[in-house]
Design a binder for this molecule. Structure first.
Ligand SMILES: Cc1cc2nc3c(=O)[nH]c(=O)nc-3n(C[C@H](O)[C@H](O)[C@H](O)COP(=O)(O)OP(=O)(O)OC[C@H]3O[C@@H](n4cnc5c(N)ncnc54)[C@H](O)[C@@H]3O)c2cc1C
Length: 322
């Protein structure tokens, strides 16, 4: 009956979003009067999951599952859900889990609610709050199937520490050749820097920066803050920055705690991708730039004057508080 949570890892290490889904699963399990079971694939040390409310970990160790494989992972999670009698399965909204969740829902004959942003309003009927229209509205969705699959939006719930130990149990799902009809042979990372998906802070530049030669100050700010760098669509279209940095409706979604936009006008297609960021800071020399309406903090000024000064202050602050 436990709530099952899929804990993502990369090269054996857990992703930060995984601790958030574990915390969320704990809260849901509390509402349902049950415990939390996690499933991991080739994770190294699962003991820390107890800190986030996991009671038991089903450890899958299988070289064939080293790289993400939606069909095989889905089959394994389905078998774990059946073994545990789980009526609720929680996943993150990472690119991989977004691909995986509908497959899993079909296999479990479950209702699937994506973009969930809060603990269920009620568990009977099972009703969850979700974002809709690229985070511009909320809806409340009633799931009537016996098994429910929930995709938790990043940063919607936060990481909550709990006291407890997670008991590890080896789990060997039976997988067939059909599960491996599509295989990732190898993964070449575009960069070793912090990714937009995992970043707490994202520093983003737009066409207002005039050219790729001016990105040094953006990268410097990102370095000081331990942030990922991002950009608007035209910037990547013009080849100033790699396409992997393009955020917005047609680019990557951002759900960081802080999003700093420099020289970006705030077109609706850009805002669609960054609405889920918690605090937005805008630096723009046009006080009428639409982005200021969506900003929590705004600086009206020339980026070429403001950003270097801000970097100096941030460095000073960091040194003092190191
Ligand atoms: C179907 C479709 C999908 C799209 N998808 C996306 C998407 O996913 N992501 C995206 O970003 N866009 C997307 N766009 C494009 C979007 O409509 C805007 O054209 C784009 O976001 C504008 O980029 P920008 O803000 O960098 O440039 P601009 O609109 O040119 O804005 C530059 C800003 O910089 C400011 N500025 C200029 N000089 C300075 C200075 N010295 N200091 C400070 N500020 C300065 C200006 O005041 C201005 O506000 C899409 C468009 C369409 C039609």
């Amino acid at each position: 009956m436990s709530v099952l949570v899929y804990i993502e890892s990369e090269e054996g290490k857990f992703k930060k979003a995984s601790f958030e889904v574990a915390s969320y699963a704990k809260e849901v399990a509390g509402m349902m009067g049950t415990s939390v079971t996690a499933i991991t694939f080739n994770a190294e040390d699962v003991s820390e999951l107890g800190t986030y409310g996991v009671d038991k970990v089903l450890k899958v160790s299988n070289d064939k599952l080293k790289n993400f494989n939606a069909e095989a992972y889905s089959d394994a999670i389905k078998q774990a859900a059946e073994k545990e009698g789980s009526k609720v399965v929680v996943l993150s909204q990472s690119a991989n889990s977004k691909y995986l969740a509908p497959l899993l829902a079909v296999q479990l004959e479950a209702g699937y609610a994506s973009n969930v942003v809060a603990v269920p309003e009620s568990t009977d009927p099972f009703t969850v709050k979700r974002t809709a229209f690229t985070n511009k509205a909320f809806n409340f969705t009633k799931i009537e199937t016996e098994v429910k699959v929930l995709g938790l939006s990043k940063n919607a719930f936060g990481i909550k520490e709990a006291q407890g130990d997670a008991a590890a149990e080896d789990f060997s799902p039976s997988l067939s050749e059909e599960d491996f009809s599509v295989n990732v042979e190898s993964v070449d990372k575009a960069t070793n820097k912090v990714t937009i998906a995992d970043a707490e802070v994202v520093v983003s530049g737009g066409r207002g920066l005039k050219g790729p030669e001016n990105w040094g100050m953006i990268e410097e700010m990102a370095d000081i803050l331990g942030a990922a760098t991002a950009c608007s669509k035209p910037v990547s279209d013009m080849g100033w920055r790699p396409h992997s940095e393009h955020v917005g409706q047609t680019g990557k979604p951002v759900a960081s705690n802080l999003y700093i936009a420099v020289g970006i006008s705030g077109a609706i297609q850009h805002l669609a991708g960054i609405n889920a960021a918690k605090t937005k800071v805008v630096i723009n020399n046009d006080p009428e730039a639409p982005f200021f309406k969506a900003a929590d903090y705004g600086i009206v000024g020339d980026a070429f004057e403001v950003v270097p000064k801000l970097n100096e202050k941030l460095k000073e602050f960091k040194e003092k508080n190191a």
